[in-house]
Design a protein around this ligand. Structure first.
Ligand code: ADP
Ligand code: MG
Length: 742
């Protein structure tokens, strides 16, 4: 048995093992050795006690200043109060019972580590019943301790203090043997990386900072290389699966569609289109991520791919994240197809197919017809939300799955859809308008091939964005509504977006979480979290159901308003969208349901209320709804956030650039990385501990190249069992969430 697989129960005994498991989910010696120190304390260094915050679980280094014991009135118990200091600030430690023994230990002048939860009692910072360890105490640890200049400080918990963990780590390190290195020898030489066992010793028991640097560099490579090797294997495995080839057929729907297009494709669209056409024709499933700004023309690419599959005898399914978007896709795809999509109707083309829409809340008759069309194959294109994935939906021959705005779909849902293709895997095209930074694409989406549309179709007008500080400059807000009226008088339209629906949804501040697949503000956590630091408690976010009547009877009186949000029945949603799309409504007051994909070229203004409650990328998505026709777009970010606040900085950043990649990066920097990497990363066992998708771009790129080559030369890693087993434990931990992105 390799040393890193040994159970902690064997290595440390049941009690210690149980504590480490309960506190951090650590089960093997390998798990423990990958519980890295959070930082290192210099010998003699004291913690800045003034920096402690109530409620935090902390480990402080301090010196005992004074000790005093007093008898409590209740039940004659004794209370020991020990005051410790960093030389300036003081902290009181309170202990009940066992006072005489502890009193002797905690003599003034002694240095120690004290761990516990910070609280304030009668204006005095304290740790009640802290765990502690005196430094230089005459026990067995003394020699090792004196030798170490740097004391590792571990992420600790009430069940396991940092010195508990340190002691366990030492026991494991002392008996560590037979560690197989997952990094191939030539790779280690090429990048001058130390061996795994040395790195583990170096990170836990460094003699100096150079030790730590060498160890961290090596261990980051571990994380990057093992992950990239896993992804490379995954790509290979997917590429080896059979899929029905869907080669282009001349003179079919696809050609007829191209001939009907009222514009010519951009160079980017043509190039991506070619790659997709080639992959659909191959006998292995396509697995492609297509990213491009809103309005960059992804939908047209998807439709061309669908038609190629239909020409080859198959069907295509399009999954949208919301009913509104599914409905809109159905409308715009039907429009694009014209007579090509009206099989069975008067005036349809001979070769025509049919577009079916399936949503959770449509009427029984419409639903039955759509189900029949999907099952018989009469519908070449089947569009829907997650309702498409219920077991009642059957396809005659599902050849292509297009997933729009992929981040809104769960893993299980994607798997379920794959199973609909019975036997052979369908080709999969994932589309996203949220730009994905390169490093994230290489890690989180590392098993997909990616294409990016970088240019917008010609004739797009720029969008001007301004921040409207509603509290500081109320006349700006008045001016905002005037601008909306002006546009409406010119025959144009406007969106007003609020973070919340209203009335009884106060319990769910995220807004649209109504179970119908509607998204809430995707970045709400990040956004409100960032804002809270600046402002503390605030009023609830503005709501559609409050704002619509207030605007109708106030600044927008006489303007034709419609309301749209996720709790409306689907026919009302559809009616509202239609009214706005055909111009019979001037202003749409809505939640973020308009975020993705909604396309009304005549809309020129977007007012976002409480804009600070949204994430940066989300604001960018929202403003992409305007400026889609010939007229320039205007986006007004209304906020009550103070001028000097992080929230305002974020809004200023959105106003300052139209570069979605730059904003995505900003978003990434402002979130915890765990949020970026998904749910599995938020769990207790994180596979990326040292590696940062923000700062280790170069390393990730190198590891990807190296791993791809390595796996190509030895697909099963038969010659390198240590790497195979490292991948095994990575996959064991994170199987579904982390790697199964599409
Ligand atoms: P996305 O899905 O990337 O947001 P769409 O495919 O919906 O973008 O395209 C947005 C609008 O631009 C649609 O009205 C579409 O018909 C139009 N469009 C797409 N490609 C082009 C092009 N090459 N030239 C002009 N207009 C285009
Ligand atoms: Mg779109």
């Amino acid at each position: 048995m390799a040393a890193l697989d040994e159970s902690l129960r064997n290595a440390l005994g049941g009690k210690a093992a149980a504590r480490l498991d309960a506190a951090f989910g650590l089960e093997t010696t390998g798990d423990l050795l990958r519980h890295y120190p959070r930082r290192y304390a210099q010998r003699g260094e004291l913690t800045d006690l003034a920096s402690l915050r109530d409620g935090d679980h902390v480990t402080v280094f301090a010196q005992v200043a004074s000790v005093r014991s007093r008898r409590l009135r209740t039940r004659g118990r004794e209370l020991l109060e020990v005051t410790v200091t960093d030389g300036r600030a003081r902290l009181v430690l309170t202990f009940f019972n066992r006072t005489r023994y502890w009193e002797r230990q905690l003599a003034p002048g002694r240095h120690g580590m004290f761990a516990g939860r910070v609280s304030t009692f009668k204006g005095q910072r304290q740790l009640a019943h802290p765990e502690f360890k005196l430094l230089g105490a005459g026990d067995a640890d003394k020699a090792a301790e004196l030798a170490a200049e740097l004391i590792p400080v571990y992420p600790a918990a009430s069940q396991a203090s940092t010195w508990d963990i340190e002691r366990c780590v030492r026991i494991v390190l002392d008996t560590l043997s037979g560690v197989d290195d997952p990094l191939p020898e030539p790779l280690r030489q090429r990048y001058r990386l130390i061996g795994l066992a040395d790195a583990l010793r170096g990170i836990h028991r460094p003699a100096d900072h150079a030790d730590i640097d060498r160890a961290q560099k090596r261990l980051k490579w571990d994380e990057a290389f093992v992950l990239q090797a896993a992804l490379a294997q995954r790509r290979n495995a997917a590429a080896a699966l059979p899929a029905t080839p869907r080669p282009p057929r001349g003179g079919g729907l696809a050609d007829a569609f191209d001939a009907r297009l009222p514009f010519s494709l951009t160079a980017g669209q043509r190039e991506v289109g070619k790659a997709i056409a080639r992959e659909l024709a191959s006998g292995h499933p396509m697995h492609r991520l297509l990213q491009g700004e809103v309005g960059s023309g992804k939908t047209v690419i998807a439709v061309r791919a669908m038609l190629q599959v239909i020409d080859a005898g198959g069907q295509a399914a399009l999954l949208a994240p919301t009913e509104v978007l599914a409905q809109q896709h159905e409308r715009s795809i039907s429009d694009l197809l014209g007579p090509l999509g009206q099989a069975g109707r008067l005036g349809a083309a001979d070769t025509a197919t049919r577009v079916a829409l399936l949503t959770g809340s449509q009427g029984a008759a419409a639903r039955r017809e759509a189900l029949l069309d999907a099952a018989s194959g009469a519908a070449g294109v089947v569009i829907g939300t997650h309702a498409l994935l219920t077991e009642h939906v059957q396809f005659a021959d599902l050849g292509l799955v297009v997933i729009d705005e992929q981040h809104r779909f769960g893993v299980e849902q994607r798997d379920a859809l794959r199973e609909k293709a019975r036997g052979a895997r369908p080709h999969v095209l994932v589309m996203t308008a949220t730009p994905i930074p390169r490093t994230v694409a290489m890690t989180v989406y590392g098993d997909l091939d990616t294409s990016t549309l970088t240019e917008l179709p010609a004739g797009r007008s720029p969008i001007a964005t301004h921040v409207v500080p509603a509290l500081e400059k109320p006349h700006y807000l008045e001016r905002t509504w005037e601008r909306v009226r002006e546009e409406v008088e010119k025959g144009r339209q406007a969106y007003v977006v609020c973070p919340r629906i209203g009335e009884d949804d106060i319990s769910s501040p995220g807004g649209e979480t109504d179970g119908s697949g509607e998204p809430g503000p995707a970045d709400a956590d990040a956004a409100t979290g960032a804002a809270d630091e600046d402002e503390g408690p605030r009023r609830p976010p503005l709501a559609v159901l409050d704002m619509a009547p207030a605007l109708a009877s106030g600044p927008l009186a006489g303007v034709r308003l419609r309301v749209l949000h996720g709790r409306l029945p689907s026919d009302e949603k559809d009616a509202a969208m239609r009214a706005f799309a055909d111009g019979s409504a001037d202003v749409l007051v809505s939640t973020t349901v308009v975020e993705v994909g909604v396309d009304v070229p005549n809309a020129t203004v977007m007012v976002i209320l409480d804009a600070d409650r949204f994430g940066v990328s989300q604001l960018h998505q929202l403003r992409g709804r305007v400026g889609r026709g010939g007229e320039p777009g205007l986006c007004l970010l209304v906020t009550e956030a103070a001028g000097e606040s992080k929230a305002r900085d974020r809004l200023n950043a959105v106003a300052a650039t139209l570069d979605g990649f730059q904003l995505a990066r900003l978003d990434l920097e402002q979130r915890r990385e765990g949020d970026v990497l998904g749910a599995a990363q938020a769990g207790r066992k994180k596979s990326l501990k040292l590696l940062s998708v923000l700062t280790d771009e170069e390393l990730i790129g190198r590891a990807r190249r190296e791993a791809t080559e390595f796996v190509a030369a030895d697909p099963d890693l038969a010659g390198h069992p240590a790497l195979a087993s490292a991948i095994g434990s990575l996959l064991g931990d994170e199987r579904a969430e982390y790697l199964e992105k599409a």
